[in-house]
Design a protein around this ligand. Structure first.
Ligand code: COA
Length: 284
């Protein structure tokens, strides 16, 4: 479908279909409120910080597709509009953020992101070995944008992918994120409700057990502070190291799926792993 058709689809969704479908239990019913919620999620923060209005004309197409997919999920009853509204309002400072205490375990510290993490994060994102299972390494600007997006997860949800410091040096991230783009597996098709675990470490930090250790700390915090015990993780089928982390955590393989955001090719097919409360008791 052409870009113009997708942009017209977006306008019809936000300006007509969602307001017409608004239910009494939905927190909003006006077109601009649906637009705010969906666009903020496509941008990972207040959308006007990223694009000029009108967003239907200026938002890059891949982000527009994210907004459309989330809006269609709301219409289908697969996404919790109240949760999405709270996340959008939190990003806009309308809901006071909950404090997020750092986690310390010996020389390993899990914390929110600091400005000084930007340079070492850009370095690991530019390393072809670290990014072997992604489409390509990231530029410095993409890396800085990603760090902002990852940290804003804590503002929206109270949890997120922690910046990891080991023996005084930033080494990467590990932690939990709500899945916000519909994915083709049970639970993944309910954006907002399913939580994924993710990690990415600088090459020199591999082989020391840090990803698994940080993920265990993040999981304990997620269960204890946020009450979330079930998580998924997924990666390109060939990403043996990441799969090994999932297995060390006691996660159970749960099939494969083609990742809709990854172009056709060897990186598209993803393995899915799951961990629920019962698995966690056994793995502890
Ligand atoms: C995925 C990734 C985080 C895994 O890192 P990792 O170092 O292999 O995983 P862990 O931190 O769990 O460390 C396990 C290794 O440390 C070793 N190790 C050393 N000391 C250890 C200790 N005290 N405890 C546990 N393991 C220890 C283990 O034997 C294992 O080594 P091996 O791979 O030679 O068998 C890393 O490869 C990475 O960042 N990849 C690029 C980003 C990526 O693909 N992310 C996932 C995308 S979905």
């Amino acid at each position: 479908m052409s870009a113009a058709a997708r942009r017209a689809h977006w306008r019809d969704l936000v300006e007509r279909r969602l307001p017409e479908a608004a239910r009494p239990d939905w927190p909003v019913r006006l077109d601009h409120c649906f637009g705010r919620i969906l666009l903020d999620h496509a941008c990972g923060g207040p959308w006007r910080d990223q694009v000029r209005p009108p967003a239907h004309a200026t938002l890059p197409l891949d982000q527009l597709e994210t907004a459309i997919a989330l809006g269609e999920a709301v219409l289908a009853g697969h996404a919790d509009l109240a949760l999405l509204n709270r996340r959008s309002l939190a990003w806009r400072g309308k809901i006071p953020p909950a404090p997020v205490p750092a986690i310390r375990d010996g020389g390993l510290i899990l914390s929110r992101w600091r400005p000084e993490d930007a340079a070492p994060f850009a370095a690991l994102n530019a390393d072809p070995a670290v990014m072997a299972h992604f489409a390509r390494p990231r530029t410095g600007a993409e890396s800085a944008a990603e760090a902002g997006l990852l940290d804003r997860r804590f503002v929206a949800d109270g949890f997120g992918p922690w910046a990891l410091e080991h023996d005084g040096r930033f080494v990467g991230f590990a932690g939990a994120m709500r899945i916000l783009r519909p994915l083709p597996f049970p639970g993944g098709d309910r954006p907002g409700s399913t939580v994924e675990l993710a990690w990415r470490l600088a090459r020199e930090a591999w082989g020391r057990g840090l990803a698994t250790r940080a993920a265990r700390l993040a999981l304990a915090d997620l269960a204890g502070r946020c009450g979330i015990r079930a998580v998924v993780a997924f990666t390109a089928v060939g990403n043996v190291r990441s799969r090994a982390v999932m297995e060390r955590l006691g996660m159970a393989p749960s099939g494969t799926f083609p990742h809709p955001a990854v172009p056709e090719g060897p990186l598209r097919e993803h393995v899915l792993y799951r961990l629920d409360g019962a698995d966690r008791e056994e793995a502890a």
